[in-house]
Design a protein around this ligand. Structure first.
Ligand code: KDG
Ligand code: MG
Length: 411
C-alpha cells in the first residue's frame, strides 16, 4: 500500500479546517485532521513544505515507523505545529490501514470496550434563566452530562457564553464559537475575583434545579493562579462536579500540586498539551483525573494512546477535547480511540454545523447520550473536495483578555 498522493485541503464551512488527504496506489483515501485553531496556515506550511515530499512513495502500513521518522527525524521536537502535523499523517495512515483491513478503526485498536461514549455538551447563559434553558435544551438533545459556563456580573464577555444569542423559530442558538473571523483578535475582559464569587452560586442554583445526578463540568480556561484555583475547587465541592478543567495555565505542571492539596474536585487538563512529556509529572503524581488532549493536537492515535496507557496505570482517564475546531475527521479518530481504550472517561461533543457536515460526510451515531463511531471501514469520514472548494479560508483569531488596568491576561 504505497502513498501516491498527499494533499493538504483547507476549507472554511462555518469555520476553518485543515485536512491531510492521502491516496494510495490501490486508490484508498485516508484522512487526517490538521486543524490548529487560529494558526491554521502554520500547519499547512509544515505539511506542504516539509512532510508531503517525504510521504510520496512511502509504505502506508508502516505507521509506527513513520511516526518515529517524523518525530525524531525533524530533530526539533514537540510543539503544537509539529504534533498536529504528525497527527494528521498518523490518523490518515490508521484510516488507510483500517480500510485495507475492511474494518472500522476501533476494531484494529483492540475492539470495543463499551457500547458507546458518554459525551458532554456545552450549556451556558447570561443569567440563570438562560442557563437553565440551555441545560434543558441539551438534555432534550440527548446529552447526559453538561458543561456549565456562565456570564460574570461586571465582566463584558466571558469564555463559553455566546455574545450574540440568535433566536430562530423560538429556538435559541446556544453554540459558542470563540474564533471570530477578521483581521485582529477580539478583545475580552476579565476579573478573577468577580468570577470566583459568582461561579459557586451558579452551580448551587443548577443543582437545586436539576438535582444531584446530572454530571456537571466546568472550564476555568487557564485563568486562575494556583491558590485561586484551589479556592474555586474547594468552593465547588458541595456541587459534586464531574471535573474542573484547566483551572490554571497548563505550562506549569507543579501548580497542580498546590491545587490538589486543597480540593477533592476532580481535575482535567491538557487541551493545549501536545506530548506525553507535558503530562509526565501530572500523571505520575496523580495530580489530575482526566487527560484533555485531542488526537488532533497530540501526535495522533499512536501518541495519544501512549499517553492514555501511561495514565491508565494511575487511574487517570480520557476526556478528549472535542469543540468544533476539532474537525469531523479528528472527532472520528477520538471516537474510535475512546471506544477501544479501557480508561475512557468522557468525550466532549460540540456538534458541527450543517455546512461543515456538507463537506465532511460522517458515520457516527448519537443515541441515548452515547456516541459511536459507526461500522464503516476506517474512520468512517469522507471529504467532498468539490464542496470543500466552495468555502475558501477566512482569517480567524481566538480572542484575548485584558484586565481592567489593561494588562493582557490568559484567555
Ligand atoms: O481553540 C480553542 C478551543 O478549542 C477551546 O477554547 C475550547 O476550551 C475549550 C474546550 O474545552 O472545548
Ligand atoms: Mg477547555
Amino acid at each position: 500500500m504505497i502513498i501516491e498522493r498527499a494533499e493538504v485541503i483547507v476549507t472554511s464551512p462555518s469555520r476553518n479546517f485543515v485536512t491531510l488527504r492521502l491516496t494510495t496506489d490501490e486508490g484508498l483515501i485516508g484522512l487526517g485532521d490538521a486543524t490548529l485553531n487560529g494558526r491554521e496556515h502554520s500547519v499547512v506550511a509544515y505539511l506542504q513544505e516539509h512532510v508531503v515530499p517525504l510521504l510520496i512513495g512511502m509504505d502506508a502500513h508502516r505507521i509506527e515507523d513513520t511516526w518515529q521518522f517524523l518525530y525524531r527525524g525533524a530533530y526539533w521536537r514537540r510543539g503544537p505545529v509539529t504534533m498536529t502535523a504528525i497527527s494528521a499523517v498518523d490518523v490518515a495512515l490508521w484510516d488507510l490501514k483500517a480500510q485495507a483491513a475492511g474494518m472500522p478503526l476501533y476494531q484494529l485498536l483492540g475492539g470495543a470496550s463499551r457500547k458507546g461514549l458518554l459525551a458532554y455538551g456545552h450549556a451556558s447563559g447570561n443569567d440563570t434563566e438562560e442557563l437553565f434553558d440551555s441545560i434543558r435544551h441539551h438534555l432534550e438533545r440527548g446529552f447526559r452530562a453538561i458543561r456549565v459556563q456562565t456570564a460574570v456580573p461586571g465582566v463584558r464577555a466571558v469564555y463559553g457564553v455566546p455574545h450574540d444569542v440568535t433566536v430562530s423559530n423560538g429556538v435559541r442558538s446556544q453554540e459558542y464559537e470563540p474564533a471570530s473571523r477578521g483581521a485582529y483578535p477580539a478583545e475580552e475582559d476579565w476579573d478573577t475575583r468577580a468570577y470566583l464569587r459568582h461561579v459557586p452560586t451558579v452551580f448551587g442554583a443548577v443543582r437545586t434545579e436539576f438535582g444531584p445526578e446530572l454530571p456537571l463540568l466546568h472550564d476555568g480556561h487557564h485563568r486562575m493562579t494556583p491558590i485561586q484555583a484551589a479556592s474555586l475547587g474547594k468552593s465547588l465541592e458541595p456541587y459534586d462536579l464531574f471535573w474542573l478543567e484547566d483551572c490554571t495555565p497548563a505550562e506549569n505542571q507543579e501548580a497542580l500540586r498546590l491545587v490538589r492539596q486543597h480540593t477533592t474536585t476532580p481535575l482535567a487538563i491538557g487541551e493545549v498539551f501536545n506530548s506525553v512529556w507535558d503530562y509526565q509529572g501530572l500523571i505520575r503524581e496523580q495530580l489530575i483525573d482526566y487527560v484533555r488532549s485531542s488526537v488532533t493536537h497530540t501526535g495522533g492515535i499512536t501518541h495519544l494512546r501512549r499517553i492514555l496507557d501511561f495514565a491508565a496505570q494511575y487511574q487517570v482517564k480520557s476526556g478528549m477535547h472535542g469543540p468544533t475546531d476539532i474537525s469531523p475527521v479528528g472527532m472520528a479518530a477520538a471516537m474510535h480511540l475512546g471506544l477501544a481504550i479501557h480508561n475512557f472517561g468522557i468525550q466532549e461533543f460540540m456538534p458541527h454545523s450543517a455546512k461543515t457536515n456538507s463537506v465532511f460526510a460522517q458515520s457516527f451515531t448519537w443515541k441515548d447520550g452515547l456516541l459511536h463511531p459507526g461500522e464503516q471501514p476506517g474512520l468512517g469520514v469522507t471529504l467532498d473536495v468539490d464542496e470543500a472548494g466552495k468555502y475558501p479560508y477566512e482569517q480567524a483569531y481566538l480572542p484575548f483578555n485584558r484586565l481592567a488596568d489593561g494588562t493582557v491576561h490568559d484567555w
